[in-house]
Design a protein around this ligand. Structure first.
Ligand SMILES: [Zn+2]
Length: 295
């Protein structure tokens, strides 16, 4: 008489165990049982793997080398996002195209991290991740989301996040010591698009101007003339281009102001080369380019 309820209890326990196992590997179609995470830009992938390590599989919607501001999403993006458990976006107006993609997936249990939530956005400029101190905020939000999605590995996520935050602190200190080598009156930049506001504010560099006022909108001759005047009057040694934009305009301004260095900086996208293939390498590379150009 007593064996029947016991069997029932065992069966219930078995079902509970099965669904618990399913909970961590569910949705991992094509990701080898790892938690499928989608980011908007490749620069955020480092934050996700920094926290998730081998427990996550991450891919970005905007391809390496493309611009998020002018990105046109594809039907594959909808399919990619439909399989994701976590989406990491920037917010602050960077990904105007994203709401439509999310709407088309019909996904109900997608967890969304908006990296800039709770951070001070200046002048509608969305590039807050370029400040490694603000990047820590993105990492913490990703950590909390992964702990919520996969509580069984909460300790892993917390330990990994702590380690990655330490690396960001070391990066910040290292950038500061390198920027400090630039004579103070030379700490001025003309950049391609205004991705450098937060980095520059953090490390004491003045953003003199940017070539594209709005992404995809080329400056008129009068604006180019103004940038040439700025470059001349500030005795700039270098002007910066970006791999996702044509260097033509930067070269034109440089040529008219006797500037011989036009170098690429990476910001909205990591690069394919190993020295710019993750967030920390990218900011190290950029900082070296900036210091070399301004000294
Ligand atoms: Zn940008």
């Amino acid at each position: 008489v007593q064996s029947v309820p016991l069997k029932r209890i065992l069966a219930l326990v078995a079902i509970a165990l099965l669904s618990a196992c399913g909970g961590t590997s569910n949705g991992g179609a094509g990701t080898g049982g790892k938690i499928p995470v989608v980011t908007t830009i490749s620069t955020f992938n480092s934050f996700v793997t920094g926290v998730g390590g081998d427990l996550v599989h991450v891919q970005s919607l905007v391809p390496v080398g493309a611009s998020p501001e002018t990105y046109q999403p594809t039907p594959e993006d909808v399919a990619t996002l439909a399989h994701a458990r976590l989406l990491v976006e920037n917010g602050a107006g960077l990904e105007a195209w994203l709401a439509r993609v999310i709407g088309n997936t019909g996904s109900k249990d997608l967890v969304i991290v908006v990296g800039t939530d709770g951070l001070p956005v200046k002048n509608d400029n969305p590039h807050l991740w370029m400040d490694p101190v603000y990047a820590k905020h993105y990492v913490l939000a990703i950590r909390d989301a992964l702990v919520r999605i996969d509580p069984a590995h909460a300790n892993d996520y917390r330990t990994n996040a702590l380690r990655y935050l330490g690396k960001l602190d070391a990066l910040t200190a290292s950038i500061r010591s390198r920027i400090d080598q630039i004579p103070p009156n030379m700490r001025k930049m003309i950049v391609f698009h205004n991705a450098w506001q937060y980095y520059n504010d953090r490390f004491g560099i003045e953003t003199l101007g940017f070539i594209e006022r709005n992404p995809g909108q080329e400056p008129n001759p009068q604006q180019i003339g103004h940038l040439i005047d700025l470059a001349r009057s500030n005795h700039l040694h270098a002007i910066f281009s970006e791999p996702e934009f044509s260097p033509k305009l930067a070269q034109q301004i440089a040529g008219s102001s006797n500037i011989h260095i036009v170098d690429n900086l990476y910001d909205d996208s990591i690069g394919a080369k190993p020295e710019v293939a993750d967030y920390i390498s990218m900011l190290n590379y950029d900082t070296n380019v900036i210091v070399k150009a301004m000294r």
